[in-house]
Design a protein around this ligand. Sequence first.
Ligand code: AVI
Length: 355
Amino acid sequence: APAFGGEARPGAQPPVDAGEQAAILRALSAETPSISCVYLYDALGSELFEQICETPEYYLTRVEGSLLRDITAQLVPFADEPPPERAAGGAALPPVAWVECSAGNGEKVAPLMLASAAVRPTTYVPLDVSASALAANLARFGGARGGEAHELRVRPIVGTNAHGLAEAARLSERKSFMLLGSSLGNALEPHAELGMIARHMAPRDRLLVGVDTPPASADASNAKSRADVVAAYNDARGVTAAFTLNALTHINRVGGTNFALADFAHRSEWCDERCAIVAHVEAVRDVVVSARLAIAPADAPPARVLELRKGERIFIEQSGKFSLRRMEAIAQRAGLRVTRHWLAPRDFYLVVECE
Ligand code: AVI
């Protein structure tokens, strides 16, 4: 018999929300079955993602962090401002608010925020759906007054980026929006994601975007290879596999399905057409997935949701990779223009500034 979480311990699971279940089941029973990548991030998924960032294979976090540190002095002033050391009579630069989408615990931007507060009144506005991530973020900056000349004000906003951006847009300071960590790569329509931020930007604001780059097309020995990129999503310890498969556990909890993890394997492969790593779960045997429908009576039998033959897959996530050219085209579709850009050594990572 299928193992339903709620059967073993009646009442132990929160009730399944009918609207959310309907959306989950619709995606699973579509012609190309999929699970939204949002379901990668329950408490365990967020913990596993932090572990991914520490694997030797997942270079993205480390390379972005070191690129941001290298270019901090260039990022602190806007392109139309003098470098701080040349500001008239050593005066402070005008105030800035840094608004970071999907900020997490703030680790990525800590050196940049401290450098900003050293030369200008600085407000940091981290946006995140996770209150616990923002609490950790606040704790990081709470005591960080040491060497800065100005107060570093931290104003976290809990909620989706759309909600946080609308609130942050009301701040009076000139703003630097940030979308880092290559999260743009997870958007199925990256231009729409940038467009959503662009709608909240005033004319002299800017947007900094950090993205992973595609493997080099030429086979130069020093260039980023497809193997480098594929390995980042197939770490030897299997943390990424556990992260992807955990989406099934999450769906069982919130969608009432009965996926058995042992029936599936994680597959992350390079896809030329999407210029992305694409993550699926693949059935390792023939599988029938059912769900207890939230709208059905408690004694109704589970409904059949999908059948997979061995080798068939469910789409979970894409991790898009962006050349400067591609970023310029996406920015343009979003009504923005790339004003400056910085590449990490061996073109491993890209940060662009848009206005
Ligand atoms: C959060 N995001 C940018 C990660 C990525 O690289 O696409 C999520 C991830 N998926 C597998 N490994 C990491």
